[in-house]
Design a protein around this ligand. Sequence first.
Ligand code: PDD
Length: 286
Amino acid sequence: MRTVYLNGEYMPENEANVSIFDRGFLMADGVYEVTSVLGGKLVDFEGHAVRLQRSLDALEMRNPISKEALLEVHRELVRLNGIDEGMIYLQVTRGAPGDRDFVFPDPETTAPTIVLFTQDKPGLANSPAAQKGMKVISIEDIRWGRRDIKTVQLLYPSMGKMMAKKAGADDAWMIEDGYVTEGTSNNAYIVKGNKIVTRALSNDILHGITRAAVLRFAQEAQMEVEERNFTIEEAKKADEAFITSASTFVMPVVEIDGVAVGEGVPGRVAPRLREIYLEESLKAAI
Ligand code: PDD
């Protein structure tokens, strides 16, 4: 059984209870982060901590924990649960006032709820899915307009994964006004020659922590990076396609809406970027 963290205490997962009035439960009024663990260490903890603060600020939600204490909790959970490869899930909600109300509760009397738990994923870095590549379908992006805030409002992304599953694919890329925004839980890229193309940062997509690292590594490896919109038609004709996220690192996409991308197998750029990302992340992990 896992040991989890809830509001300042470590406890067995079956003893961690949250109120039925918690605004995370009633209103999806909460934010989250997923930090990967490689070799028992945290990948890009700093990036996730900074983005957490950004999400909390955007929603005028109080941060219940300092960055130093948060690092300590992450490390303690890794230690207590013996995680070598996997993820740490963190969620902060606006807490549990005594009733349901659309108006935000007074932060002086209602403390935020903070939960962290580990997800053990041995073999995450050597995933067979990365060798094979994944298949995506395209769906309309009907999410709200502040996708840069990492909220727990994940119903549509969850439905998107189900649409993909029903279509025999692994994930969905979402399209708005004719252009790909991102994957249901990852950022989307295409490759043309030596050039990597991905949508520029705005409120339309999540500012991926893995995205920032991968684009930096790509530039350091003399690859060209172009941050601009692309269509699904352009993606189908690209040499390669891939996604990035904390839980998948860099993952090749080999099929879009049933059309093979390139040769229909992982190409040269995405696997190379995955290799560099894993190597550098392991080196910098804390
Ligand atoms: N998802 N875009 C969306 C919509 C996401 O949900 C995520 C992360 C990303 C990639 O961000 P990062 O590189 O910081 O993980 C992009 C996490 C992993 C999840 O929901 O499990």
